[in-house]
Design a protein around this ligand. Structure first.
Ligand code: ADP
Length: 347
């Protein structure tokens, strides 16, 4: 079965084309279309370019959707109700859900006779315990505005958890795992018996670990304080926390781990950025080991997690015991999306 996977951002679409059979998975093609809105006029033209390349034999399309709110426990066949729900969650993911919707709507128009499946970043966290996803603010804000921890990168955390099951040769439902997705965005998830029981990203992807340009955890009182001192509005502060903080903000140099690794000997701020990055991950690993009463394996993935053995050693030093395995597993969110799409399309 030929499955096209589409992962849409505001100005880019990543795609992979797989041939998925009962006992085999083959990547046939992949690509990235960038500068949509400039070089390529719109998502519609971008989809047409991808479909021209992919040929006319596609059997199903899998779409990455960042925010499924509190509606979607798992991947789902797209119909008009699903579209409506994704639209409803635009408020919670204003940067992410609109491009997914554009892509879904355009590709459903062109490929109207085949199944389209939505795979949500948030779905892996659907079953987290209430005490893990509630914020200790008045309950009415959960009721009125759905303010809670949602968690993101779920498809990646689920993929590496399933890979770990194979590597550790033990059923996922008997494993305690801590999965660290360290890319430009970074998140860490506690996976107990195959279910995510806590994760570092929250109501938005801003919470948790130090990231390329995002601050991660901080005292919320800092926000009005900066607004007052700098005489800027809340949007400007949010812009600082999302785009000018993290590794970039501390180092003043770069959001790119490779740059900071190069400069850490000579540049004190680059070294400090790395130290804070590592320390925050250590704290989360320690906390998740605590709440799971131990851990079989800590898994690293994403551009940083997959390419920095020295950094992983630093992170694990003193916090991960000898009984706990450390695994590096390259993520493949698109393959996970293709697997879900296949399962739903054949059922
Ligand atoms: P995204 O979250 O955008 O998918 P990636 O998973 O590609 O991003 O991760 C990007 C990060 O990975 C950057 O900080 C980059 O420096 C880091 N990275 C990528 N390759 C390497 C490498 N070979 N060595 C060290 N860091 C790397």
């Amino acid at each position: 079965m030929l499955i096209l996977v589409l992962n849409s951002g505001s100005s880019s679409i990543k795609y992979k084309l797989f041939d998925i059979q009962v006992s085999s998975e083959r990547l046939l093609d992949k690509g990235l279309l960038e500068r949509i809105g400039e070089k390529i006029p719109s998502h519609k033209e971008a989809i047409n370019i991808i479909l021209d390349k992919a040929g006319s034999k596609i059997d199903a399309v899998g779409h990455r959707v960042v925010h499924g709110g509190d509606r979607f426990k798992e991947s789902i066949l797209i119909d008009d109700n699903v579209i409506k729900a994704i639209e409803d969650f635009i408020e919670l993911a204003p940067l992410h859900n609109p491009p997914s919707l554009l892509t879904i709507n355009e590709s459903r128009k062109i490929l109207s006779n085949i199944p389209h499946v939505a795979v949500f970043d948030t779905a892996f966290y659907y079953d987290m315990p209430e005490y893990a996803y509630f914020y200790a603010i008045p309950y009415k804000f959960y009721e009125k505005y759905k303010i809670r921890k949602y968690g993101f990168h779920g498809t990646s955390h689920r993929y590496v958890s399933e890979q770990a099951e194979r590597l550790l040769k033990k059923p996922l439902n008997e494993l305690k795992l801590i999965t660290c997705h360290l890319g430009n965005g970074c998140s860490i998830t506690a996976v107990k018996n195959g279910k995510a029981i806590d994760t570092s990203m929250g109501f938005t992807p801003l919470e948790g670990l130090v990231m390329g340009t995002r601050s991660g955890d901080l005292d919320p009182a800092i926000i009005p304080y900066i607004m007052e001192k700098e005489n800027i509005d809340v949007n400007a502060v949010m812009d600082i926390l999302n785009k000018k903080s993290g590794l970039l903000g501390i180092s003043g140099l770069s959001n790119d781990m490779r740059e900071l690794m190069k400069e850490k000997g000579a540049n004190k701020k680059a070294k400090l950025a790395l130290d804070i990055f590592i320390y925050r991950i250590k704290k989360y690993i320690g906390a998740y080991m605590g709440v799971m009463s131990g851990c079989d394996a800590v898994i690293f993935t994403g551009g940083i997690g997959e390419n920095n053995p020295g950094l992983i050693e630093e992170i694990c030093k003193g916090v991960v015991s000898k009984e706990t395995k450390t695994l590096v597993i390259p993520t493949d969110e698109e393959l996970m999306i293709a697997r879900d799409t296949y399962r739903i399309a054949v059922s």
